[in-house]
Design a protein around this ligand. Structure first.
Ligand code: PMP
Length: 399
């Protein structure tokens, strides 16, 4: 008998399953709003010009591919710290931040989770309701009990701020609180700076450990504005927190797996100790990160000229998303559905559209438009060619 005979079929990722169904669909004019990828106006994943310039230079050099250090390319981690914490951050000057290059933002979350399980073995992890489904998967796999705090209010399609504060207020000291810095996945609902200040004060008062996931820096307002939560925690005087950031979207380098984990410690000495544990953790999973993606991001961030070009290209991406949000709201209103105005208040690539599972099923079956059963749509997959089709289909299924 096979030693694997007792292994049962594990359910696949519903989002990837949706993409398979989309690819197999032969209807012309089909649209996939189920993905978590930014597409440009022509429906393609962009290759940023800033990235291309670095890539061409690297190809001309045909550089050797030795192993990177366990925590990655120093040019990458140093540039990342400045981007995430701000170039003049007192925490950086004090040596209180240790950053490791990781295998995407997902790798940062998993390394961070494994690290925290060693440092705080009894802690629970609190994630927003709802959250990116992989948050639960990653922290559960690392051995944590995952609980939820209130976040989304379906009645307003906005934030349930009172519920959020009430729930955070009941967490035991030492609980890890997973917070989305900006462009919340899946809802598109973010906190204002004023609301962040209240969350920071509460987290500090209750001695919770903030774990900030920043996968969309620059996709809403700008690289500094979108990092407001990180900067507020940094200024708060809180002893320790963790940040996972990803360049998958902001550099359009999804498959290069470029992310980073930053640990903030109470002192330089404590930070060094925690970083030694981060390195041990990475060593036990994948030894060291990959060279190519890290070199691309470091090449852009460390060149004044390419950094400016990248900031422009990033601004173009977010402005296109804002234009698609505005276009969708305007066109739905013209179809007699003004109730979707909240789509313009939501931020980032995603919107919780409020469409029901049945309406999403009808979109797919009757109109070849694919969305997630929860009603999450990827606004960054809309463009001027498919917007009218999508809006007409949404108007048809809500009737
Ligand atoms: N966090 C959130 C909230 C995300 O949406 C994503 C990507 N979908 C990630 C982390 C992981 O990013 P990466 O693709 O770089 O692993």
């Amino acid at each position: 008998m096979s030693l694997f005979a007792s292994v049962e079929m594990t359910p696949g990722d519903p989002i990837l399953g949706l993409t398979e169904a989309f690819v197999a669909d032969s209807r012309p004019g089909k649209v996939n709003l189920g993905v978590g990828i930014y597409y440009d106006e022509t429906g393609r994943i962009p290759m940023l010009r800033a990235v291309r310039q670095v890539e061409e230079a690297l190809a001309r050099e045909s550089w050797p591919r030795g192993y990177l250090p366990i925590d990655g390319l120093p040019a990458y981690t140093q540039a990342t710290q400045k981007l995430v914490f701000g170039p003049d951050s007192p925490l950086l000057a004090a040596g209180r931040v240790a950053t490791s290059q990781t295998v995407g933002g997902s790798g940062a979350l998993r390394v961070g989770a494994d690290l925290l399980k060693k440092a705080l073995p009894k802690a629970k992890v609190a994630i927003s309701r709802p959250s990116w489904e992989n948050h639960r998967v990653v922290f559960t796999a690392a051995g944590f009990e995952v609980v939820e705090y209130g976040y989304y209010d379906p009645a307003t399609h906005g934030l349930d701020f009172h519920g959020m504060l009430a729930d955070l207020g009941t967490l035991e000291p030492g609980t890890v609180v997973l917070l989305h810095a900006c462009c919340h996945n899946p809802t598109g609902v973010d906190l204002t700076v004023e609301q962040w200040k209240q969350v920071v004060a509460l987290v500090k008062e209750r001695n919770l450990l903030p774990f900030i996931d920043m996968a969309y820096q620059g996709f809403d307002k700008g690289t500094d504005e979108d990092a407001a939560a990180v900067r507020l925690f940094a200024e708060s005087g809180i002893d320790s927190f963790v940040v996972a950031n990803s360049y998958s979207k902001s550099f359009s380098l999804y498959g290069e797996r470029v992310g980073a984990l930053s640990i903030v410690g109470a002192t330089r000495e404590e930070t060094l100790r925690v970083q030694s544990l981060v390195k041990r953790t990475i060593r036990s999973i994948y030894s060291s990160p990959s060279t190519h993606g890290g070199a691309l991001v470091a090449g852009v961030l460390n060149s004044a000229e390419l950094r400016t070009l990248w900031e422009h290209e990033l601004a173009d991406m977010r402005e296109r998303i804002h234009a698609m949000r505005a276009g969708m709201v305007e066109k739905l209103a013209a179809h007699g559905a003004p109730q979707f105005d909240f789509i313009q208040r939501q931020a980032g690539m995603f919107s919780y559209s409020g469409l029901s599972k049945e309406q999403v099923d009808r979109l797919r079956e009757e109109h070849a438009i694919y969305a997630i059963g929860t009603g999450r749509i990827c606004v960054a997959a809309l463009n001027r060619n498919n917007l009218d089709t999508v809006v007409a289909a949404v108007a048809a299924v809500i009737r």
